[in-house]
Design a protein around this ligand. Structure first.
Ligand SMILES: [Zn+2]
Length: 298
């Protein structure tokens, strides 16, 4: 009870604090994540050993191997049972999750880490920058939104590090624009005799409306975001790109995905990687120029 009051007060303080920032981060903005975004949705196999076990609009991806499983993102606390139920529905065991990874340390993708770590005993691995945030329970990104229950990180990763389990290897690309340790994961899966290069995109630019210059939370956020695009551009275009809020992306192809249609209905590398990243990079440079001009005119 006392904990509930303290947590409630902290939540209120954090939301009130955020409300002093960009206008779009209203109470309603926060509520969508624990509300509609966290609603249950039927799980499905995406391709090869990669499965969707997340909620309506917050992703959680399960990669299965003969030696246990890897889970990318745990979403909101509200999603804890959704994820566990979805893993079981697909015929796997929650206790077999051995490694927990993340796309980036914002509450809507990792709030559920602590509870999932307890439920599975899995090792949490995270990129430097985000690892500190996960362990402290505080959002250290340029946005600085709600915190979460701290979780122990067993292995702190650096750019280019790999995570391997049961014959599957994921490569971590440090993409520190959206958060200080945002990570894009690259792997290859085989499906019906065909190989697919997969990317789990960890976020690119800082949240809209967040100050880019003199942001004490993430001092070199502009250089870090530029480095993010340079890193992602240097990668070969993946066959399939998976994202953190996938509802709209899946909606167009969900029935064909669930049926396991081949050729694969989600070959979105050209659109979601090459084209979208170029547009985001151009948009970011425009934002930097506009903010610089505004600062100069004061
Ligand atoms: Zn985020």
């Amino acid at each position: 009870m006392r904990r509930a009051i303290v947590v409630g007060a902290l939540l209120f303080a954090a939301v009130a604090d955020a409300q002093q920032g960009p206008a779009q981060y209203s109470r309603e903005w926060y509520q969508q994540f624990s509300g509609a975004y966290s609603d249950p949705v039927e799980p499905f196999r995406i391709v090869g050993t990669i499965h969707y076990v997340g909620a309506a609009n917050i992703a959680s991806y399960l990669i299965t191997t003969p030696e246990g499983h890897i889970l990318i993102d745990t979403g909101m606390n509200e999603m804890h049972d959704v994820i566990k139920t979805n893993v079981v529905k697909l015929g796997f065991k929650v206790e077999d999750i051995r490694i927990m990874l993340s796309s980036h340390a914002h509450f809507d993708h990792i709030e559920g880490h602590a509870a999932m770590q307890r439920a599975t005993g899995a090792q949490v691995m995270a990129m430097r920058g985000d690892a500190e945030a996960l362990e402290s329970g505080h959002d250290n990104s340029a946005l600085g939104a709600l915190g979460w229950e701290p979780v122990k990180v067993s292995r702190v990763l650096r750019h280019g590090d790999t995570v391997s389990l049961g014959g599957t290897t994921l490569r971590a690309l440090h993409a520190p624009g959206h958060t200080q340790g945002a990570t894009t994961w690259i792997t290859t899966v085989e499906d019906a005799g065909q190989k697919y290069t997969m990317a789990f995109l960890g976020g690119t630019t800082p949240n809209g409306g967040v100050p880019l210059f003199n942001n004490p939370r993430h001092k070199n956020v502009i250089e870090d975001t530029r480095r993010t695009f340079k890193t992602l551009r240097a990668e070969k275009q993946p066959d399939i790109v998976l994202i953190g809020h996938p509802q709209a992306m899946f909606a167009k192809v969900i029935d064909r995905l669930r049926k396991g249609e081949r050729p694969h209905p989600l070959l979105n590398g050209a659109e979601v990687w090459t084209k979208a990243l170029a547009a985001q990079e151009a948009g970011f440079e425009k934002r930097v120029a506009e903010e610089k001009a505004k600062l100069g005119s004061r």
